[in-house]
Design a protein around this ligand. Structure first.
Ligand code: AMP
Length: 360
């Protein structure tokens, strides 16, 4: 166990998106300073950071210098090169552990890791060629999903295959990169669990949220998810098992499918080694948000309370919907969070709002 970093210490964050921005706001409330490292000239988190570095994630000198200027390094996006984490790790402690990123960045490594822990995943097969895909399809069945092993997010890098004859075109469409073929899970709903693990192994969980995706992008999360107490228990058990197996420190999110017709049978889709969009509701419905708890964990502080004091629905504001900020700002019982992004491109997350309801 390290000594807790006292107020006035500096947290270094790799990545400058909205997650980094919300981490910075949470840290500043605790009297901690934030240094953002980004490969972009003016990312959302720069506006709320005490110090900024603009450099590539493969720039070992810049990473070493950055890590030398902060007391701990963390990350707000999951596709950070693990070499960047290792470089930073020479000059500062890095949380979460690089292994969590190695596992989460590769859908095959992720599925192997989950299976070894005895956690259910969709049926899958590694795919490296058209021949392998053709051979795997009958076993997986139709429809099946072909996903790139790396760099997939928000439904990108994946394609549905409905018949054997579509195999070649499917691999063409993902550029013949290494892939995983997945069976389609018939699910009642998608849920996720945000958990936080401290340096001493203490684990706290937020309530699982029910998540609705549109065009592969999270549209809404609500708590409580309409699931049984047994299912909540199972979901937390899975997230805890993953966090413990990785000796994790910080906030982790595990996305799961609740299988159709089978109350508490959960299938894990993805692990995110960071604060997560489906945990944004914790900003207003909990005393201590996922962002603050991530900062507390990596700084060696006691974890804060994760229980919810209100029911909540979080909705993302995507693309041109951001123009409706006046409507969102005047909606009853609603808080508005905007990320300070200038260009509202289609599919771009511009902000979110959270509507609170009395706790049920
Ligand atoms: P992913 O990029 O893996 O998070 O997938 C994005 C979304 O696609 C998920 O949130 C699900 O709605 C859907 N999806 C992904 N994999 C599967 C699967 N094996 N079965 C059913 N739906 C899936």
């Amino acid at each position: 166990m390290r000594e807790a970093l006292p107020p006035g210490s500096t947290i270094g964050i790799l990545g400058g998106g909205q997650l980094g921005r919300m981490l910075a706001v949470a840290a500043s409330r605790l009297g901690l300073k934030i240094h953002i490292y980004s490969d972009e000239p003016d990312p959302p988190a720069f506006a709320v950071a005490a110090a900024r570095t603009v450099a590539g994630y493969n720039d070992a000198d810049a990473l070493l210098k950055f890590a030398g200027a902060v007391d701990v390094v963390t990350c707000e996006f999951e596709n950070v090169p693990t070499a960047a984490l290792e470089a930073a790790g020479r000059n500062a402690p890095v949380f979460p552990p690089p292994r969590a990123f190695a596992v989460a960045q590769d859908r095959l490594a992720e599925k192997d890791f989950l299976q070894e822990l005895g956690i259910a995943v969709a049926p899958f097969a590694p795919i490296g060629s058209v021949r392998e895909l053709q051979a795997a399809l009958p076993g997986i069945g139709f429809p099946a999903l072909l996903k790139t092993r790396r760099f997939g997010y928000d439904g990108k890098g994946q394609v549905m295959i409905r018949s054997q004859s579509e195999a070649e075109a499917a691999l063409d469409s993902i550029g013949h990169v290494p892939a995983v073929l997945e069976g389609v899970v018939l699910f009642e709903r998608e849920i996720s669990v945000v958990a936080v693990r401290a340096q001493d192994g203490t684990l706290h969980f937020y309530d699982p949220s029910e998540n609705v995706h549109q065009d592969g992008i999270l549209a809404r999360s609500r708590v409580p998810a309409p699931i049984s107490a047994t299912c909540v228990f199972e979901a937390r058990k899975i997230a805890g098992k993953i966090a413990n197996a990785l000796s994790y420190v910080g906030v982790i999110c595990v996305e799961m499918f609740q299988r159709m017709g089978d109350g508490s049978a959960l299938v894990v889709n993805e692990i995110a080694p960071r604060v997560h969009n489906s945990g944004h509701w914790t900003l207003d419905a909990c005393l201590v948000s996922q962002f603050e708890n991530h900062i507390r964990a990596i700084a060696g502080w006691p974890l804060g309370e994760t229980s919810r004091h209100s029911d909540a629905v979080m909705a993302n504001i995507i693309g041109a919907d951001a123009d409706r900020w006046r409507d969102f700002a005047s909606a009853e019982g609603t808080s508005l969070h905007l990320y300070g992004k200038e260009e509202a491109r289609p599919g771009r997350k511009m902000g979110h709002f959270i509507r609170l309801y009395p706790k049920t």
